[in-house]
Each structure stands twice: as C-alpha cells, then as structure tokens.
Design a protein around this ligand. Structure first.
Ligand code: FES
Ligand code: FES
Length: 238
C-alpha cells in the first residue's frame, strides 16, 4: 500500500521533533543503515516507521488539542436556559426566573407585576417605559433585565412614601393637570424626576430640551413644564 509521506520540514514542529529524535536514536544505535541503502527505491523501513508514528501522533495530538481548545467552561450557555436573577426594585429584592433576552420592561410588567411602567413603542422612541436605575433614567424597553441585577431600580410605584404621601413630582402633575389620557404619565414623571436631579430644569427651554425624549400624544407639554417647575424646589427640600 502506498502511503503519503510528508517531508520532515513540512511537518508541524512536534512531528519534526519526532523525526529528528527517531533519526538520532537510530544513528546512535547503528540501525539507520537502511536509510541510505533503500533511499534510491524511494521507500524504506525508516519511511514506514516515520509515517506510522506521525499518523498515530497526529490522531493523538489532535484529540488532545480538541480537548484543550474546547473545555467545558468555554461552551457558550444555551440562550434558551432560563436565568435566575435577583432584582432590587423599589427597595425590595425580587427573585425572577427569566429568559435571558427578557427586557427590563417585560420583567417589570409581566413577571414582577409592576404595570405602572408603560409599553408604548417598545423601540426606544416614546419614553413611556422610563424608569430609574441607580437614579439615572433608562428606557426599560431597550434594557435587558439581567443588566439591572445588583442595581437599584425605581419605577413609578416606588416614588410615593410608604405612608402614601405622593412624591412632589406626582403631586405637581396633579396640580397642573399635566396629563389627559395618562398613558405617557409614568414615564413623564420618572423622566422629570431625573431631569431635576441632573440639574437640567433651570428654565423652560432646558426642561423642554431634556424632556424631549418623552412624547405625549395628548400634547400636555406646557402643563408638564409647569409641573416640573413647581416640583423642583420641593424636591430640594424633601
Ligand atoms: S416603550 Fe420604551 S421608548 Fe417607547
Ligand atoms: S397624557 Fe395622553 S399621551 Fe400623554
């Protein structure tokens, strides 16, 4: 049977080492005579042994290499495996079992039972889903729930005090009639609270600019600006 015999210099380094090692061993014990004797015929015992060892080592080293490059820990997790996560929402821990791709908005509404946060566009364009994470406003429809683990999530349900006293911004929205249908209102209020904390409520123009990510189909914008101006000094005192 004719067997392909690679040139020693074309072999990968480990096989060249094997070749060199075998040659020097045979030379040292005087058994490498057949090499020169059968070289002209193009085939020899040395060739046969080299091919056999190289083939065997190829299988062995490849198996080992496969084992080294793909250890169990590097296998990517199955995206369909549910995640067990703990969210800290409105001052309370909530343990949820979720698909890894669940948005924070769906986790709040569908799993935590907090339906105050509204789903408008579900594409990051209307602001209805605004919540606070570590006191910064976030569009929950564009955030994975798993990304909020270990952080403080505040929704519209968490603004009032435990005794029921409304947050100054909630009260100001009522006082200024800053809504009609009310669908955008939770997101407007959360964004307004963040707007004041950020220092972006110095005047009407600034309020309008920094509230421009929250749309209101009922066009309650003038009333919303008035509400924010009322709540701002009260939030400092609170
Ligand atoms: S629902 Fe998130 S931005 Fe519209
Ligand atoms: S109050 Fe109706 S959408 Fe804003």
């Amino acid at each position: 049977m004719r067997t392909f015999l690679p040139c020693a210099t074309a072999l990968p380094a480990p096989f060249r080492d094997i070749e060199t090692c075998m040659h020097s061993k045979r030379a040292s014990v005087g058994t490498d005579m057949t090499f020169s004797k059968n070289k002209a015929a193009g085939w020899s015992r040395r060739n046969f042994l080299t091919t056999t060892v190289a083939s065997t080592m190829t299988v062995t080293l490849l198996d080992r290499a496969r084992g080294q490059t793909a250890p169990a820990a590097d296998v990517p997790p199955d995206a369909n495996t549910p995640l067990n996560i703990k969210l800290h929402i409105n001052g309370r821990d909530q343990r949820l079992t979720l698909d890894a791709r669940t948005t924070l908005l769906d986790a709040l509404r569908e799993h935590a039972g907090l339906t105050g946060t509204k789903k408008g566009c579900d594409h990051g364009q209307c602001g209805a889903c605004t919540v606070l994470i570590d006191n910064r406003r976030v569009l929950s429809c564009l955030s994975f729930a798993a990304m909020a683990e270990g952080r403080e999530v505040t929704t519209i349900e968490g603004l009032a005090k435990p005794d029921g006293t409304l947050h100054p911004m909630q009260q100001a929205f009522i006082d200024h009639d800053a809504f009609q249908c009310g669908y955008c209102t939770p997101g407007q209020i959360m964004a307004a609270v963040a707007c004041v904390h950020e220092g972006h409520a110095e005047n009407d123009a600034q309020i309008r600019e920094f509230m421009s990510g929250n749309l209101c189909r009922c066009a309650a914008y003038p009333n919303i600006v008035d509400a924010i101006k009322q709540a701002k000094p009260q939030m400092k005192d609170a």
